[in-house]
Design a protein around this ligand. Sequence first.
Ligand code: ASP
Length: 186
Amino acid sequence: MERTHHSMLGNGFATRFATKCGFERSDLKTRQAVEQYQEVKDEISDLDFDETLEALRNRDTNGTVGCVAAKPNGELAAATSTGGRSSQLAGRIGDSPQVGSGTYCDSQAAVSATGIGEAIIKTTLSRRCRDNITEGMSPKEAAEKAIEFLDTKTGREAGLIAVDANGSLGSYHNAEEMHTSRIEYG
Ligand code: ASP
């Protein structure tokens, strides 16, 4: 966003652009992820298309790191990095890169989400949390209200972290666990 006028690049072109910007390619696959992939591949190898879709439906693990930041002058930033849900169809796009769903940031609030991407997208969860903040809720209340909405609408699991322009932080999750930590600089 600093070097082009675009908001988002995708496909192999994003990789090419990152390389031009000086980022190095590296293989981020863990042994555990490779083993899990092989396990799923073996499990579905004899299934037809419909059976494969059914087998993959409820078989997944998540892994996302989200970050929200506020500077004393009120500048805000949000970032979300995910391995995505495992065992999903090739070509699936989750919530994390979708502005308003997995990530949202403007002058009012910075928000990052984790959990079941399809439910987060359906409820534009990060933007919903931000809107709650602009209506006067604390980031904690805003996150709780947004997650309650997702829970009622979809019955799925998610978590949110949020910060407002005053640097007030909040988080909430209906998933079994979500680890958070706070770091102060300067
Ligand atoms: N939200 C991510 C996705 O659905 C997964 C996660 O948060 O772990 O791709």
